[in-house]
Design a protein around this ligand. Structure first.
Ligand SMILES: [Zn+2]
Length: 169
């Protein structure tokens, strides 16, 4: 069955285009190939507002290309996209998000709606590098992930609490 893709907001389309162009550029520079499968995986991740795990990606990929893939295939595509710096691995979620700028962002992850926001913080990155230098520690992958509740979910919880409270009366 061929499902029509859900309508995508224009800003998301622009984000997807930017991600694909950036990945294409890195591949050209490094003499690598952005295969249709790798492109499809990157497109799905670039469109998503939340980190996607490999199995969610498998399902979405099947919708996207109309064909089943195996987990090893998807992991190879993810490894490739990590290698060229197009995506980031969210360690605490075992999932992946778009890396839309260089550097190692701080990730804010909502436990309720599963949304994620990446924020660049050069000051924090410098601090970690200076700590590492003091310890003579060699950082392979700096990971800074904060889990909690996003503003929208916090407001929804507060609204529900107020409604619940007024129902008691
Ligand atoms: Zn939330």
């Amino acid at each position: 069955m061929v499902r029509s893709p859900p309508s995508t907001p224009p800003e998301t389309t622009a984000q997807v285009d930017r991600a694909l162009q950036a990945a294409q550029k890195v591949c050209e520079q490094k003499g690598l190939r952005l295969t249709p499968l790798r492109t499809a995986v990157l497109r799905i991740i670039a469109r998503s507002t939340r980190p996607l795990g490999a199995y969610a990606l498998l399902v979405l990929l099947q919708d996207e290309v109309g064909r089943k893939h195996t987990p090893p295939t998807i992991y190879r595509a993810l490894d490739f996209l990590l290698e060229i710096g197009s995506i980031l691995r969210v360690e605490s979620r075992n999932a992946y998000i778009l890396r839309d700028r260089p550097g190692s962002p701080v990730l804010f992850l909502c436990d309720t709606c599963d949304s994620s926001v990446a924020v660049e913080n050069p000051g924090l990155a410098e601090l970690i590098e200076s700590n590492a230098a003091t310890l003579k520690f060699h950082i392979a992958r700096p990971v800074i992930e904060c889990s909690g509740t996003c503003d929208r979910c916090a407001e929804a919880t507060a609204d529900a609490a107020i409604r619940g409270h007024s129902d008691e009366r």
